[in-house]
Design a binder for this molecule. Structure first.
Ligand code: ZN
Length: 213
């Protein structure tokens, strides 16, 4: 009943690629979670979709941005075996402080202080160049809570996998640099979640083999 809600959620989620991921997430969660937890997670999808409305991914199809937080949450659940609801909610919201007008207080009011803390932890400080931001993330990663490390790892896995779809307009050098940075982050996040780490390493290794051929 409450799962038949996509049409009530903002327009971007009607996109076929987004809807497919949303349906997978909803179906997976429905089997395991209490109704209250499920409603909270769907509310987080709604919140993130509203905040990211109008933003797109960097792929050639310019897929609505919300596909990414839904995918990160799904990966934590399906591949990482993470069932902690606050971590899953934080995964859905993980880019809202950095990339939208959402505030920490707004997230705390709606989803609780633990969720807002996790989202804050994975938010990069403003005013840094892209390279400075990457270096900061590597240096800062060991200080993160387990929940934040899990979100960070699933986020990295999603983005490194996405490189295979060729971000529009990226040079080979930029793509190679992104893989290298993924490896550095993986190295400092070791010991967080064996399955997600193995999948990220495998994705990076597959790429290296392609480059060597
Ligand atoms: Zn992200």
């Amino acid at each position: 009943m409450f799962l038949a809600a996509p049409q009530e959620i903002v327009y971007s989620i009607q996109h076929s690629v987004v809807l497919e991921k949303f349906d997978r997430l909803a179906a997976a969660l429905q089997k395991e979670l209490s109704e209250d937890s499920l409603i909270t997670l769907l509310d987080a999808v709604q919140f993130a979709a509203e905040k990211h409305e109008g933003q797109t991914r960097k792929d050639a199809d310019a897929t609505p941005y919300i596909v990414h937080p839904i995918g990160v949450c799904l990966s934590l659940w399906e591949e990482g075996g993470v069932h902690d609801v606050d971590t899953l909610v934080a995964a859905l919201l993980h880019d809202t402080l950095e990339d939208t007008a959402a505030t920490k207080e707004e997230i705390a009011d709606r989803f609780g202080s633990r969720v807002s803390e996790i989202v804050s932890e994975v938010t990069n400080p403003g005013g840094l160049t892209s390279e400075e931001s990457k270096a900061w993330q590597v240096a800062h990663a060991p200080t993160l809570s387990l929940e934040a490390r899990l979100v960070k790892l699933a986020d990295r896995l999603y983005n490194v996998r996405d490189l295979a779809h060729g971000p529009a307009g990226w040079s080979q050098e930029k793509i190679d640099g992104y893989y290298g940075w993924g490896q550095k982050l993986l190295d400092v996040l070791k010991g967080t979640n064996a399955q997600l780490e193995a999948l990220l390493q495998e994705t990076i290794n597959n790429r290296s083999q392609i480059v060597k051929q």
